[in-house]
Design a protein around this ligand. Structure first.
Ligand SMILES: Cc1cc2nc3c(=O)[nH]c(=O)nc-3n(C[C@H](O)[C@H](O)[C@H](O)COP(=O)(O)OP(=O)(O)OC[C@H]3O[C@@H](n4cnc5c(N)ncnc54)[C@H](O)[C@@H]3O)c2cc1C
Ligand SMILES: NC(=O)c1ccc[n+]([C@@H]2O[C@H](COP(=O)([O-])OP(=O)(O)OC[C@H]3O[C@@H](n4cnc5c(N)ncnc54)[C@H](O)[C@@H]3O)[C@@H](O)[C@H]2O)c1
Ligand code: SF4
Ligand code: FES
Length: 811
């Protein structure tokens, strides 16, 4: 006869444990499940997606009603267990249902912590924990406008994003200065705040709530400092507490959670506990991955499969707010016995920090680019020794080894290793879905295995596994919206701009039904670029969509001063020009004059108010050192002076720079010309590199000497200077028209493949047409410094631009 297993709590952890048990020992138990909520088991994580309008309740069900029937599981949904009799081994509900057990699992989860404030019982004050809360918010947004979310943690920010999508005005009240202080350091936290502010969230930081105002329904919130804000809805997201009262009343040992050992056994025989209500080695977890690990171990225990038991988990988190990439794992704060490696790129809005102790990675915070998350998380979990290669951990491919990435990394994973922590899916299961079920895209893998369907943090790994199994060509590329504000891909947006003759960002957002009214810091500059590229004559530059450097035509520095880099064609200057630069530097007390890597002179430490005056006195064109534009053309001395030189590289560099200066491009563009294959101008790590050979020139594309070093690839060999110009013009215009905004040529060439570019540029007719378009665009450009000096109204706007809408700077 089958033994009787009772599960209290029809949530993610408990049902997971039962599922694993049914796989290990399908005939061992007759299973009965009690759940307070009147629903089958659903994915609580995805409530954030339901609120944000990205999923429906039906989409988030994990085990539908049929699953219970098919597996012979009796479900009492909507029935709360109120008593456990551990002597008689039975449980009973308030509604009068009783069930006996041989083994009992308590998986009652957590309760949201509700601040015990005067007025907290008013209508319109809720938590965000279950389907009911989610529906309440969706309904409230139909009739009310002002929402306050108390708590700037993961849940609060996801709730706030959802409410914004429901067109409410949202303010997040946070008790500390830094958001998500439990997951992020100050730098990442501040970057996050700025990004969310751009999305339309308002923050009331360092605010301690005093009381909830209103008669029957909430009308406002009062703070301890006396200030008051209006509110029609208050969502409390200030943490959770394990739901342990039932266990306590039944005589189980309870601290913060129900105390369990490595086998998930409580203090009373035959009573087990998993999930947020359980406390293992002093920790009650609040994320799904560790709870699933507990469930696996409990299933083994009940099925009699030998195992070392549950050893505790290292956790990682990913904020589920579209348009924001945030990852945090392990111990991310600095201490006396730790050291850290940080990469901060204010231009790209990327911050990465890895904390190391005794040669091992113990924590990480990533903002803006979370692609290293899984790799770092594995290093943390496995305590990998990184002694001697600490710096390479964050520097990727070109750093000389140490850090495996992409396909190499997934190839090194064991088949049993979990790829998707939110859904407990291993590498083996995903490979199986590819080979046995024919999945060829991330979406198909999601449909088959659920991997990547919750927080989305494992998507890059799933994509790498597809590439590993099928090769890059076999993977179906999945359409990705240009940012969280739209589902439309870059190509669809550009196509719409062209075919519907859309000429402003507002029009694009309206016609393509953007989810946000104002867009975000990813789509606004991208749209501005695409519009300018498609309609160079008609499009009016949307300056507020430019990053601060591009609006100020100078690079903002760490201390708030600016750097001024005048254009010096081909890196060739004259004594008179040098004198003038020196005089201006002296006159404006420039603290540092420095040669740049691109053979230009950089005047550093300039006050913003001095910029136009300096530009006027320099009387030189802008070097565009701040823009997504042609930066420099580096040259070697070439045949004019060098005994190895076969061609005049200096003149070629000057000619290219004079032709393409002021050209807006998807990302910055650097050129170089070397006079012979010794390549002194480093042409092979430039976006477009020219190398003189006997009787002609070799043209290279897609190089990069930055964080991810990439050698360029040979596009073609040509004989004459005119041909160099023709191919340069065609390549640059094709890049302008085909690449994604913010995509360097190195990334673009890697993505689309050199062959496709060669194909696109093969016909002389096509090259001619591309050159005509680029020359048209170039003919419409003007020098921005000169414009500001000469036009009073522009100068006035420049001076007003102290509080930019897009604060982030872009490289
Ligand atoms: C909006 C939101 C977003 C989240 N996002 C993430 C995320 O991105 N990543 C992540 O890892 N985690 C996330 N979490 C946390 C995650 O959902 C929880 O860690 C997980 O659901 C906990 O599972 P559990 O089974 O322990 O508890 P629960 O899922 O809460 O299940 C417990 C169930 O037991 C029922 N119950 C309680 N007492 C009784 C009783 N006496 N009788 C019968 N039934 C009872 C409850 O009603 C509940 O249905 C999120 C949580 C929320 C609310
Ligand atoms: N993406 C995810 O992984 C995700 C998303 C949502 C929820 N969750 C999980 O759900 C649980 C609940 O999330 P949470 O964000 O409520 O918990 P939390 O404890 O992580 O964050 C609560 C936040 O509220 C702040 N706070 C506390 N008291 C406050 C007060 N009086 N006024 C203003 N702010 C106050 C805290 O400083 C903290 O930052 C957690 O376990 C969390 O991990 C995870
Ligand atoms: S690349 Fe050749 S031509 Fe140019 S400086 Fe070096 S050796 Fe001379
Ligand atoms: S890890 Fe969250 S969806 Fe895979």
């Amino acid at each position: 006869m089958k033994k009787k297993l009772v599960l209290i709590g029809n949530g993610m952890a408990g049902v997971w444990a039962v599922e694993q048990l049914l796989k290990l020992a399908p005939n061992q138990y007759e299973v009965t499940v009690f759940g307070s909520e009147p629903h089958p088991n659903y994915n609580r994580i995805l409530l954030s997606s339901v609120l944000a309008g990205d999923a429906k309740i039906d989409d988030i069900v994990i085990n539908d009603w049929n699953w219970y029937k098919e597996n012979g599981v009796t479900l009492h949904a909507g029935h709360t267990v109120t008593k456990i009799d551990t002597e008689r081994k039975s449980v009973s509900t308030a509604s009068g249902i009783t069930a006996e057990y041989d083994d009992l699992i308590i998986a009652t989860g957590s309760l949201p912590f509700m601040l015990p404030l005067p007025g907290a019982d008013k209508e319109g004050v809720i938590a965000f924990r279950d389907i009911n809360d989610c529906n309440t918010m969706i309904e409230t947004a139909k009739n009310y406008k002002k929402a306050i979310v108390i708590g700037g943690g993961l849940l609060g920010l996801e709730a706030a994003r959802g409410l914004l999508n429901l067109n409410m005005d949202v303010s997040v009240v946070h008790i500390f200065k830094d958001l998500m202080e439990r997951q992020l350091d100050q730098t990442a936290s501040q970057m996050l705040r700025k990004e969310l502010e751009k999305q339309g969230m308002n923050f009331l930081l360092e605010k301690n709530t005093d009381s909830i105002l209103g008669k029957k329904r909430v009308t406002g919130v009062k703070f301890k400092d006396g200030s008051v804000v209006d509110a029609d809805l208050v969502v409390m997201a200030v943490g959770i507490k394990p739901n342990v009262q039932l266990a306590k009343d039944s005589g189980l040992e309870v601290n913060r959670g129900i105390v369990v050992n490595d086998y998930l056994e409580t203090s009373i025989p035959h009573v087990y506990s998993v999930g947020e209500c359980a406390e293992h080695r002093g920790i009650a977890y609040g994320l799904v991955a560790p709870l699933y690990e507990q469930g696996n171990e409990l299933a083994k225990r009940l099925a009699g499969v030998p195992s070392a038991g549950y050893q505790g988990s290292v956790v990682s988190t990913k904020l589920k707010v579209s348009g924001v990439d945030v990852f945090s794992a392990g111990q991310f704060t600095d201490a006396e016995d730790t050291a850290s490696v940080r990469v901060q790129d204010d231009f790209e809005g990327v911050y990465k920090k890895v904390v190391i102790k005794d040669g091992k990675v113990i924590g990480a915070v990533l903002f803006g680019d979370t692609s290293d998350g899984s790799r770092l998380f594995k290093m943390i979990r496995e305590g990998e020794d990184v002694t001697g290669k600490e710096k390479q951990i964050l520097l990727g491919e070109g750093s000389g080894g140490g850090a495996k990435s992409g396909v190499d990394y997934v190839a090194s994973m064991a088949d049993s290793e979990i790829v998707c922590g939110c859904n407990g899916v291993s590498k083996g299961t995903i490979l199986n879905a590819i080979s046995e079920k024919g999945c060829t895209s991330v979406n198909e893998i999601k449909a088959c295995t659920k991997a990547s369907g919750s927080c989305g943090g494992c998507k890059p790994l799933v994509a790498d596994l597809l590439a590993l199994a099928l090769g890059a060509d076999g993977v179906q590329t999945v359409k990705e919206g240009i940012c969280g504000c739209t589902e439309h891909s870059r190509d669809e947006v550009v196509e719409a701009i062209r075919s519907m003759r859309l000429t402003s960002s507002k029009e694009v957002m309206n016609v393509l039904e953007w989810k946000t009214e104002e867009g975000c810091s990813k789509c606004r500059p991208a749209l501005n670029y695409y519009l300018g590229m498609a309609w160079p004559e008609e499009h009016e530059e949307e300056r507020e969509s430019r990053f601060v450097n591009e609006r100020n035509h100078a690079n903002i520095q760490k201390d708030g001063t600016y750097s001024v880099v005048p254009r010096i064609y081909g890196g060739v200057t004259s004594p008179a020009e040098l004198k003038r630069i020196a005089e201006v530097a002296e006159k404006f007390d420039v603290p540092m004059v420095k040669f740049t890597g691109g053979q230009r002179l950089d005047l550093l430490g300039v006050k913003k108010e001095d910029l136009p005056k300096m530009w006027a006195e320099l009387d030189m064109p802008s070097g565009y050192a701040y823009g997504k534009a042609l930066r420099t053309v580096k040259t070697c001395v070439g045949s004019t002076f060098c005994r190895f030189g076969t061609q005049d590289s200096i003149q070629m560099g000057i000619d290219l720079e004079k032709r393409f200066e002021r050209l807006n491009t998807p990302a910055k563009v650097k050129l170089a010309v070397s006079g012979c294959p010794r390549n002194c101008a480093e042409s092979t790590i430039k976006d477009f590199g020219v190398i003189a050979i006997d009787g002609g020139w070799e043209l290279y594309v897609g190089g990069n000497g930055g964080v991810k070093v990439r050698a360029s690839e040979l596009l073609c060999k040509v004989k004459t200077e005119e041909e160099v110009q023709e191919w340069a013009g065609a390549f640059l215009q094709y890049y302008r028209e085909a690449a994604k905004w913010n995509e360097r040529t190195s990334e673009w060439v890697s993505r689309v493949g050199l062959e496709s570019i060669k194909e696109a540029l093969a016909s002389e007719e096509e090259r001619k047409a591309l050159n005509e378009r680029i020359d048209k665009t170039l003919s419409l450009t003007t020098d921005p410094w000169k414009e500001i000096i000469e036009k009073d109204e522009l100068r006035a706007t420049f001076e007003e631009l102290q509080a930019p809408a897009l604060e982030t700077v872009a490289d």
